[in-house]
Design a protein around this ligand. Structure first.
Ligand code: NAD
Length: 498
């Protein structure tokens, strides 16, 4: 069986003893073995990065950017292979895999602007013959730990920017779907990145703990579930590291009585069931303001949910593939059971779906609950599956209170034709990313991505301008070149222009 190796110093490495199974979620078969890094493997990646850093930090940003230009071209040329690798191990449809890759490529495009984004600020004559400027310097070695649900896009949120900022990067991808992530990193080496600047180490808690504990690793970017985000944030910051840890979500869509219902239904279908609900920005709760819009939503959306085209992710023309693992499937089915037991109305039940020819795949059909109330676990918890819950409220204020009271604050949206309602919602909702008639308000690469509350631990959002701040340290330099060298008396008063 194929072993998925680490990539250290430009070489494939499989030295560690432990391995993990990699599955095809559409068939339930084990397709590969993944090498799991131990501390010695992490030390190898750190040693490679340490050796590469002095030259890389002094490489002109324009040269770093040229590598990113070539990388972008290679990603585009290899789109088909990457999408297939994603789909085979994650289960998402080919079209969806291409979508995530394209959003990832946008982050490479942003990184191509390295000479511009690394320009500091300059002030001439801040005092007599004194000039001042700021410099954005790299941190050194930084590490990224990424989730299964976007094996291409989320790593691309991190390392192109970290690398063009002059850092060396160690990536620890998800152990569920590592092949596309590894393949993409190999393309970056093919684009001309010097060996050691970027390594990929696969692994689990042992590898992550080794990265947290290594004093050479100056910053950690994490994306994944909230309990692990909290753990990494607390353990990393305790050791003086800069940490950015993005966690889980429960994203609400508010439907106002004046919403364009047909378009809102189409938007909800994609946002709730796309990628089988395994997106941190998936809409999992529809909050209907008034009973009429709730009844109309149930009537319009139910047949569309029943008609979802579900099958092996690698086929084309589907709406949804399987969940990522048997454990994920069982967890989602467990939540549906709990919703029924706790009194929600199960309008569409996806539990018994069997896909012909893929009887052992991890499939769950689209599911809809109505009359969900805030104490039910299907409302409180992140299900991360194709389950949409309808909550009925009497006013926009009640809808906003519900959202503001939820522990997560990643994304939300409102469907309305009322500008006043939309403005109030944008102003006062306690959520980091807000859409108005846009169901998945994932910021483009030149803005930054991040939730509020227990969806993000740290001060800065991911990628874009915040990403530049995260991956650099600012240095302020004040320089004086007196026009005529002459003896100057000591000054004991604090220097000022006064
Ligand atoms: P996960 O937390 O299980 O795993 C994420 C990473 O952490 C993986 O690389 C994994 O190997 C590692 N990890 C797992 N257990 C660990 C442990 N005990 N100690 C140290 N490291 C550990 O998350 P997942 O299931 O891969 O991804 C789904 C989750 O990620 C969802 O909660 C989703 O909302 C979240 N997510 C959030 C965002 C965001 O931007 N906020 C984006 C994508 C996914």
């Amino acid at each position: 069986m194929n072993i998925v190796p680490h990539l250290i110093n430009g070489q494939h490495v499989t030295s560690s003893g432990r391995t993990a199974d990699v599955f095809n979620p559409s068939t339930g078969e084990v397709t590969k073995q993944l090498a799991l890094a131990d501390r010695a493997t992490i030390d190898q990646a750190i040693a490679a990065a340490k050796a590469a850093f002095p030259t890389w930090r002094n490489t002109p940003p324009a040269k770093r950017a040229q590598i990113m230009f070539r990388f972008k071209q290679l990603l585009e040329q290899n789109e088909g292979t990457i999408a297939r690798l994603i789909s085979e191990e994650h289960g998402k449809t080919i079209e969806d895999a291409i979508g995530e890759l394209k959003r990832g490529i946008e982050n490479v495009e942003f990184a191509c602007a390295a000479p511009e984004i690394l320009k500091g600020e300059y002030s001439r004559n801040v005092g007599p013959n004194i000039d001042a400027w700021s410099d954005l310097q790299p941190l050194g070695i930084v590490a990224g730990i990424t989730p299964f649900n976007f094996p291409a896009m989320v790593p691309l949120w991190m390392y192109p920017l970290a690398i063009v900022c002059g850092n060396c990067f160690i990536l620890k991808p998800s152990e569920r779907d590592p092949s596309s992530t590894l393949y993409i990193a190999e393309l970056l080496l093919e684009a001309g990145l010097p060996q050691g600047v970027m390594s990929v180490v696969h692994g689990d808690k042992e590898a992550v703990d080794a990265l947290i504990e290594a004093p050479e690793v100056k910053a950690l970017s994490f994306v994944g579930s909230t309990p692990i985000a909290e753990y990494i944030y607390s353990e990393g910051t305790k050791r003086g590291k800069r940490v950015q840890a993005l966690g889980g979500a429960k994203n609400h869509a508010v439907l106002m009585p004046d919403a364009d219902l047909d378009n809102a239904v189409s938007a909800l279908m994609g946002a709730a069931y796309g990628s089988c609900g395994e997106r941190c920005m998936a809409i999992s709760v529809a909050v209907c303001v008034g009973y009429q819009i709730a009844d109309a939503l149930v009537e319009k959306i139910s047949p569309q949910i029943k008609a979802l085209k579900i099958g092996a992710g690698t086929s084309c023309g589907l709406d949804m593939g399987p969940l990522v693992t048997a454990a994920a499937r069982d967890k989602v089915k467990g939540y549906i059971d709990a919703g029924v037991a706790q009194g929600a109305k199960l309008v569409v039940d996806g539990r018994d779906l069997v896909v012909a020819g893929h009887e052992n795949g991890y499939f769950v059909g689209g599911t809809l609950f109505d009359q969900v109330t805030p104490e039910m676990t299907i409302y409180t918890d992140e299900i991360f599956g194709p389950v949409l819950c309808i909550v009925r409220v009497g006013s926009l204020e009640q809808a906003m209170q519900l959202i503001n009271d939820h522990e997560y604050g990643n994304g939300t949206c409102i469907f309305t034709r009322d500008g006043e309602a939309a403005r109030l919602f944008c102003d006062e909702i306690e959520v980091g990313m807000v859409g108005v008639n846009v169901p998945l308000p994932v910021p483009v690469s030149y803005h930054s991505f991040g939730g509020w509350k227990r969806s993000l631990f740290g001060d800065l959002h991911a990628y874009g301008p915040d990403g530049v701040r995260f991956y650099t340290r600012k240095k302020a330099i004040t320089q004086r070149w007196p026009q005529r060298a002459s003896h100057e008396a000591a000054q004991f008063a604090f220097p000022s222009n006064g």
